[in-house]
Design a protein around this ligand. Structure first.
Ligand code: SAM
Length: 325
């Protein structure tokens, strides 16, 4: 009884958008405090190759650049190498002290570090470019839209560049690779023993049971032709632009297969010319992919799979509810 009461208070506080934002900010700082995530991000060649190529094209000699969420400083250093006059590197976590050490160790003197949250960062003269990598596994979950909108309004020159400037989210029906079975426990029948009685417990399963994160994702194939479910232009978007109700329809392509759920990934573009993606069909990256679970079923070519997704906040996957038909 005591546990139930505590659980209900936590659930009520957790459901409050303001409390969720606060706990997000605290969690975000903690996640990037040590080197665990930075090991993976620095080793991700797909990501860094795209940023390097984009900076070579879109950072001009003499540019003033702002790096939102510098972490180990890697993007700030690449921007400096690409010709920026000065890079203002911002991070709200202690990791920025390590970035300072890396700069010192490499004799990089045109990166200025600011330990603060981006919303309290100020510049006396507006910048030419904002660079950022605030992309979560489900695209918008690192609060990229609101953080960029704030900096764009306060510190970027009119017509200034945002790199990357487009961020699309995909939620595609997939078949998992051989050997992976995402069936629910209540669908199982083992040696004639049915587990259907467990279906009654489905309503009490945690969100992570339905939104199952994989790294790497056991990808078999896409069942239809992928297309963005949402595509956000960071040079205009503001918080509140994310839709709360979405739907899509895919026609199953040959051959017949098993519909195991929807796979979530993103595509980030720089002025439409350079891009990278966390698609499970592409080169591996440090991002994970979630499977939005549904009861797996066999599907044939020409059949339709429809997704209906409701989200209190699309930037918060814990608020997502979906069905498939
Ligand atoms: C995904 S990491 C990227 C780090 C680095 N830019 C890179 O590409 O390797 C995001 C970083 O942004 C920082 N961060 C997140 N939100 C921030 C905000 N609003 N203001 C300042 N720093 C932020 C985190 O502490 C973290 O170090």
């Amino acid at each position: 009884m005591k546990h139930d009461a505590i659980a209900s208070v936590v659930k009520r506080i957790g459901g409050n958008p303001w409390a969720r934002r606060l706990t997000y900010a605290i969690r975000n700082r903690r996640v990037f405090d040590d080197l665990y995530q930075h090991d993976r991000m620095l080793a991700d060649r797909v990501r860094l190759d795209a940023y390097r190529a984009a900076f070579a094209k879109y950072i001009k000699p003499g540019d003033v650049v702002v790096d939102l969420g510098t972490g180990t400083g890697v993007l700030a250093f690449l921007a400096a190498r690409a010709g920026a006059r000065v890079v203002h590197a911002i991070d709200h976590g202690p990791i920025i002290e390590l970035a300072r050490e890396v700069a010192r160790d490499n004799g990089i003197t045109n990166v200025v570090f600011h330990r603060c949250h981006s919303t309290s960062f100020e510049l006396p003269k507006r910048a030419d470019v904002i660079i950022h990598e605030q992309i979560g596994d489900s695209a918008y979950d690192e609060r990229v839209i609101e953080n960029i909108a704030d900096l764009r309004k306060r510190v970027l020159k009119p017509g200034g560049r945002i790199l990357p400037d487009k961020l699309a989210m995909f939620v595609e029906p997939v078949e998992l690779k051989d050997g992976f079975d995402a069936s629910f426990a209540w669908q199982q029948r083992i040696d004639g023993i049915s587990f259907r009685a467990l279906r009654a417990r489905s309503a009490t399963q945690p969100h992570s049971y339905w939104y199952r994160a994989f790294r790497p994702f056991p990808f078999g194939r896409f069942l239809g032709e992928p297309a963005p479910l949402v595509d956000i232009d960071l040079s205009k978007a503001v918080r509140g632009d994310l839709p709360r109700r979405l739907s899509s329809e895919r026609t199953v392509v040959s051959p017949a297969g098993r519909f195991d759920g929807f796979c979530v990934y993103f595509n980030a573009r720089f002025n439409g010319e350079v891009s990278f993606s966390s698609s499970p069909a592409g080169r591996p990256t440090n991002w994970g992919n979630a499977l939005l679970r549904v009861e797996p079923r066999e599907v044939g070519p020409g059949e339709s799979i429809r997704l209906h997704l409701k989200a209190k906040d699309l930037a918060d996957p814990e608020s997502w509810h979906w069905t498939a038909d």
